[in-house]
Write a protein that binds this ligand. Sequence first.
Ligand SMILES: Nc1nc2c(ncn2[C@@H]2O[C@H](COP(=O)(O)OP(=O)(O)OP(=O)(O)O)[C@@H](O)[C@H]2O)c(=O)[nH]1
Ligand SMILES: [Mg+2]
Length: 489
Amino acid sequence: MAPRFQDIVEEARLSARALLDYGEHFFNPTVRLGVTGLSRAGKTVFITALIHGLTRGGRFPIFEPFATGRIARARLEPQPDDAVPRFDYESHVRALTEQRRWPNSTVDISELRLVIDYQRQNGADRTLTLDIVDYPGEWLLDLPLLHKSYEQWSAESLALSRERPRAPLAAPWHAQLATLNAPAREDEQAALSAARLFTEYLRACRDERFAMSLLPPGRFLMPGNLAGSPALTFAPLDLPDNGVAPEGSLWAMMSRRYEAYKNVVVRPFFRDHFARLDRQVVLVDALAAFNSGPEALHDLEAALKGILDCFRIGRSSLLSSLFRPRIDRILFAATKADHLHHSSHDRLEAALRRIVARAASRAEDSGAEIDVVALAAVRATREAQMQRGRDKLPSILGTPVPGEIAGDETFDGGTEVATFPGDLPADAEELFTGEAAFRGLSTASAEKTDFRFLRFRPPQLESVGPESPTLPHIRLDRALQFLLGDRLQ
Ligand SMILES: Nc1nc2c(ncn2[C@@H]2O[C@H](COP(=O)(O)OP(=O)(O)OP(=O)(O)O)[C@@H](O)[C@H]2O)c(=O)[nH]1
Ligand SMILES: [Mg+2]
């Protein structure tokens, strides 16, 4: 297919930007690290813990340049992009360390620059600039829309909404859809209610009992300053195969708005942010999906496949691949591993590896090196053995956040409790078939959500000797070694 004029212009813009970045990176070695994950995956906590550890002497035995003392200093500096909000590190760190509460939810992109002074292995002193870009995973999952027509997207979204467990959640929207006639005259009221019901359906899918991951268009669930604009007022329609939208029809209107969404939202994100990343970490709340059951897991797998497809999009044209700095390492990280006893950490990692591998084998090769880790950026729990009759159960101890409920008890935020989180199955396949101990939450009523996934307060800081206190973590250093180790040799 011949490239469209719009694609050529886009390509020229990308190349110009890439040349600029390239010149800068040449004199001032820089890594742009993208940190993403679906909402509540743990992005803000991950970045805060990473910066706190690097600037305040965290315990990172597996992060070689740090452990061997070659990193002399890491410090924050003003970020390079004036139009991107700054990652509010100071207040996030205050929340975690002084108030022992988790940082507030964030909905936009943000950025922070960290400058690392280090000694090369050959003894020479060098500086590496690390630009960390935090953006919602929902935006990433929008990228495949760039290659889809409205008709394709409509058909796919409808097919998905007719499968379990989505179908019952989609019922109100489907009922309205059945009253719409796509080739009939355009009708703003019909478009408004279709968009509203479609958004409500997406929101219901995201509920923790179902924990669905694949919910584009991402901005429907986090509209920001576009709320109420025509670019967000569309929805899928039941369309004839191979038809063409009649002029002035509801179909043409929806299709125009879908294209506007791509132009106003998706393309600028791709150009200004995604195409400029060198490294990427994708945070995944895999435990929430396991807890929700096999359907959520299949959905997560589909979302990861979508994400892997996005990394391929960046490589698909010759011109851009010549100039553009591009993602050469991708880390998939299962977060909140501190909800499990350490005996299950390897299993969590293996399960995520399995999901990523299945997704990768169906996506074309992304051309980047991929690794998988199970981690807790901030470890909120300790471990203990709990005596139950004659058995000793491997348990975790933590302070539930105020207001958490288990059985008849409501916690006040001051009491520590021991819980037995259960073991992940040795064979990850059992998670997909639903026979594992991690029985699906979606089969229980909302009040009966499981005791094992209490939300715990962040921990007390750990002091070791005279050094400044640090936040405990699980395998954050392994993530750092993969993401930055080779750039600090
Ligand atoms: N125990 C534990 N809980 C975590 C950890 N990281 C995140 N959480 C929990 O997950 C919640 C969400 O974490 P955030 O870092 O705010 O997630 P996010 O991806 O930035 O979320 P949004 O900004 O809402 O998209 C927190 O409020 C914590 O309850 C961790 O390392 N350990
Ligand atoms: Mg956040």
